[in-house]
Write a protein that binds this ligand. Structure first.
Ligand code: ADP
Ligand code: MG
Length: 138
């Protein structure tokens, strides 16, 4: 298990002013923030990031949404980080997310669901390096 994962506070949550509350919960849950920046992705950038979903029916909608406004990209450190961060995020569909999870509290729909998290150590490494150089990891 790696101790690093990659997260995004998605444009819906940033636009609604939830950034501070989400970062507070990340820190309270025991993550160390190793990298953090505010970015506004181009459509091309978000298409590259979500290339694994290119064949899914919601790919156009997803990449349109992810490039629709500012978001926060995060490199997060904790023991067993991938699982710990997905546990804090909750289920993809907020209607199925457990009480106390970020998606339960902040997500509006299955598409605009407040946060992203890597699904494996391998993808965490790929996703961190998509947005951060080594020098940007503190
Ligand atoms: P997760 O973000 O929980 O890892 P997935 O990797 O399956 O979920 O999907 C990536 C993202 O695509 C989701 O977070 C969500 O924003 C969007 N998405 C997933 N399923 C749907 C759907 N059925 N309709 C619209 N958007 C979806
Ligand atoms: Mg996923």
């Amino acid at each position: 298990m790696s101790n690093l994962t990659f997260g995004i506070i998605k444009p819906d949550a940033v636009a609604k002013g939830h950034t501070g509350k989400i970062i507070d919960k990340i820190i309270s849950a025991g993550f160390r923030i190793r990298g953090m920046k505010l970015i506004h992705q181009s459509k091309k950038q978000s298409e590259g990031f979500y290339a694994v979903h290119a064949e899914r029916p919601f790919y156009g909608e997803l990449t349109e949404f992810m490039s629709s406004g500012a978001c926060i990209v995060l490199a997060l450190e904790k023991e067993n980080a991938v699982k710990a961060w997905r546990d804090l995020m909750g289920a993809t569909n907020p209607a199925e997310a457990d009480e106390g999870t970020l998606r339960k509290e902040f997500a509006g729909s299955i598409g605009e669901n407040a946060v992203h998290g890597s699904d494996s150590d391998e993808n965490a490494a790929i996703e961190i390096s998509y947005f951060f150089s080594k020098l940007e990891l503190v």
